[in-house]
Design a binder for this molecule. Structure first.
Ligand SMILES: [Zn+2]
Length: 266
């Protein structure tokens, strides 16, 4: 990872999986050949990068139970005895240490430590990992978007996203999918005059044309372009009201309308 990198920041390598998933490999600051994989939905591409780059897999962090996030866990653990962390309230393979908000994922030997946030909405027990200036948020927050509500309510998801939005502006956002371009097209439907969104769309088109990842994003940008973090903005509220054809009386109601709007947006 080049963008935004400085000495006290994490080194993180993306592994592409399926059509648009990213499995993140977090390098140990003590020994960069040792890595922790976040949400390994598929073992094969992870094993390939480990072999190609002479890396050692030293731990797993899981955000939620969906197959494209845990499908590779059993295979990766077949010949390894390494720590696995996952959400307290979801069934995760690999017998993980079960974490909830306030807990820490401590990988002391690697010099890595993450605090855990409960972020229900996409799934009921979804958690996120925060540490070293980075956020690993699975399918809760995407760049310029957010996860679908498969198990939770709009109110839960809005609360979860507000919690993430309160992290420091420079926090790097490592989400699990490359959805940024389609999210930004929706963002412009909600806020046609948001210059930051238009600028970011141009940047991301350029990155994708060169087959580069648009991730990580950072929280400052997300607050400026992500309509799901902007439910308190008057323009976003008015757009949601126009879409719904009625007055909306809370940020949560605004969130619920734009989440539904996005579900049907092409
Ligand atoms: Zn998911």
């Amino acid at each position: 990872m080049i963008r935004g990198r400085s000495d006290n920041m994490l080194q993180v390598t993306p592994v592409r999986a399926f059509t648009d998933n990213y499995i993140w490999l977090i390098h140990s600051p003590r020994d960069p050949r040792q890595v922790v994989a976040v949400d390994p939905g598929d073992a094969a591409p992870v094993e390939r990068i480990l072999a190609d780059r002479s890396l050692t897999l030293s731990g797993l962090l899981i955000t939620h139970h969906h197959g494209d996030h845990v499908g590779g866990v059993a295979d990766l653990l077949r010949e390894r005895s390494i720590p696995v962390y996952g959400p307290a309230n979801e069934a995760i393979p690999g017998n993980p240490t079960r974490l909830r908000e306030g807990d820490r994922a401590e990988l002391s030997a690697l010099g890595l430590e993450f605090s855990v946030l409960d972020v229900p909405g996409h799934t009921a027990g979804h958690i996120a990992y925060v540490g070293h200036g980075a956020l690993f948020c699975g399918d809760t927050l995407f760049s310029a978007g957010c996860g679908r509500l498969f198990e939770g309510t709009a109110e839960q998801m809005h609360t979860s996203l507000s919690k993430l939005a309160a992290l420091p502006a420079e926090t790097l956002v490592y989400c699990a999918h490359e959805y940024t371009l389609s999210n930004l097209k929706f963002g412009l439907a909600v806020e046609p005059d948001n210059a930051a969104t238009a600028r970011y769309l141009a940047e991301c088109r350029d990155l994708r044309a060169r087959d580069q990842a648009t991730i990580p994003s950072d929280m400052r940008r997300e607050r400026n372009v992500n309509p799901f973090l902007r439910c308190d903005d008057e323009t976003v509220k008015q757009a949601a009201e126009a879409h719904a054809g009625r007055a909306l009386h809370s940020h949560t109601e605004v969130f619920a309308v734009i989440r539904q709007w996005k579900d049907g947006f092409r």
